[in-house]
Design a protein around this ligand. Structure first.
Ligand code: AMP
Length: 475
């Protein structure tokens, strides 16, 4: 079975820096929110590739002796998160393989939509897979390509895969970055400022990684672009015919860090604007606005600014609870959300509260939060969501549960309001979501909110696997 549809990742690569692995390590720290299950770095010392991958958070995976071992002027890294049950070390990246031209490592963010059919084809002709990840399909396509050069092989391999990929390849003397022609997942390019610590380039999922290592942001790796970094410099290639872009809108809503600059805009400012628009669309008579931290904070600031209501922190978050947090036994399960969030009676007692979050997925968190706010004395609780209802799963690299688990896939807003026990509930409209772009929705993928999928699954076997997978998840 494939490890599909539920994979989130952060990628980074550094080329031409004396402490490449150290830089990649720092960047992985900045990208921890994109994946908390496993982490890995592969470096090149000019002769061999050196690899370290392990389950766990960046802080647990890399100790001083490990980083010291990862020598050389170039390195790539990867953070991975997956909920599909395939959480094994064998799926941790970067992958490293030996093929005709030597060793190669790869880090991938995104999901392919034709990995199933390609894998079947490759297995029929003798390829042996070590993991259940679709990234390995790309490696096998490169290994079995008849093209002479590495670039030729990569172009041929990528011309056969469809779906979302932001990729980094590393060989002993080269790094190659590639982004799929629709640009589903982000990928940015930066350069070290060259003040003694060496020159060199960095490619990462988000700009917050560049900020940390004081690299200068140059631009996005463009959709459909392949950039090769060699000792001679940087070379850009656009080998595929241009297609309409489908950049992920959910990166703006929830996934990216607010301090990142995404598709040319600061994420925090975008989220604030979404909050302002939400206040314009769905005002409510209340005493205060409170965010669900951290994801609802910028939108709550915007909502408060626009509505003229005071912003208060009625919920406090414990920052040491990770996503790998294990639910306690049934008898004390209701403490679940309380471990992460606590409501402040002093702020909430007797108040009509607007609580702002970025999205509702299953609805269980909102329900618990609203109960918590009422238990702490809130007189009325009005929920406001800074995105449209999440009605469809993502097949391109965001971890969303199956359609049947998405409360908005089968329930009306009024039914959801009843379920979460709010006095009122309003989502941002789809048009409102694009208001910060002057209403221009072209070039974005919003399949999670619209069920308009820019690329469909094209292979039967894979779709069957998807259904099988959904069935097992529902049990
Ligand atoms: P739920 O209880 O399933 O409705 O969870 C809603 C919460 O999940 C909201 O606070 C969102 O910020 C958060 N959320 C939305 N999308 C994701 C995601 N892909 N991974 C983790 N959390 C998410």
């Amino acid at each position: 079975m494939f490890d599909k549809f539920h994979e989130e990742c952060g990628v980074v690569g550094v080329y031409g820096h004396p402490e490449a692995a150290n830089m990649v390590y720092l960047c992985l720290y900045a990208l921890q929110h994109r994946g908390q299950e496993s982490s890995g770095i592969v470096s090149s010392d000019g002769e061999v590739l050196i690899s370290h991958r392990q389950m766990g958070l960046v802080a647990d995976v890399f100790k001083e002796d490990v980083i010291k071992r990862l020598e050389g002027p170039s390195a790539i890294g990867h953070n991975r998160y997956s909920t599909s049950g395939q959480s094994h070390l064998k799926n941790a990246q970067p992958f490293v393989v030996e093929y005709a031209l030597g060793p190669i490592a790869v880090s991938h963010n995104g999901n392919l939509v034709n990995a199933g059919i390609l894998r079947e084809e490759l297995e029929t002709s003798g390829s042996i897979f070590q993991s259940t990840s679709d990234t390995e399909v790309i490696i096998h396509l490169i290994a079995t390509s008849k093209e002479g050069s590495l670039m030729g092989r990569i172009v041929e391999a990528l011309s056969r895969v469809r779906g979302a990929y932001s990729l980094l390849f590393l060989t002993v003397d080269r790094m190659i970055a590639a982004r799929d022609p629709m640009g589903f997942r982000p990928l940015v390019l930066g350069r070290f400022k060259g003040n003694g610590s060496g020159r060199g380039y960095v490619v990462a999922s988000e700009t917050c990684a560049l900020d940390l290592i004081e690299a200068e942001y140059l631009r996005e790796v463009e959709p459909g672009e392949i950039i090769s970094f060699t000792p001679k410099g940087m070379e850009s290639l656009k080998p595929f015919p241009p297609v309409p872009h489908a950049k992920c809108i959910f990166e703006y809503i929830y996934f990216s860090r607010p301090d990142s600059n995404l598709y040319g805009r600061n994420v925090h400012q975008v989220r604030k604007e979404l909050g302002r628009q939400l206040a314009r669309e769905s005002p409510v008579k209340a005493d205060l606005v409170t965010p669900v931290p951290d994801s609802g904070v910028p939108a709550a600031i915007g909502y408060a600014e626009e509505s003229g209501l005071p912003l208060e922190f009625g919920l406090i978050r414990n920052h040491y609870v990770g996503r790998t947090f294990i639910e306690p036994q049934q008898s004390i399960r209701h403490f679940g959300v309380k471990i992460k969030l606590n409501a402040q009676r002093e702020v909430l007692e007797g108040k009509r509260v607007v609580v702002v979050d970025d999205s509702i997925v299953r609805g269980t968190t909102s329900r618990k939060i609203i109960r918590m706010l009422r238990d702490a004395g809130a007189r009325e609780v009005h929920m406001r969501i800074s995105s449209p209802p999440t009605i469809s799963p993502c097949y391109y690299g965001i971890d969303t549960p199956t359609r049947s688990e998405l409360i908005a896939s089968s329930s009306s807003v009024e039914e959801i309001r009843k379920f979460i026990e709010a006095d009122s509930l309003a989502y941002l409209s789809r048009e409102g979501m694009y208001s910060f772009l002057g209403g221009q929705s072209q070039g974005f993928c919003d399949a999670c909110f619209s069920a308009n999928y820019p690329i469909h699954f094209e292979d039967e076997g894979h779709t069957r696997q998807l259904h099988l997978f959904e069935a097992t998840q529902q049990r």
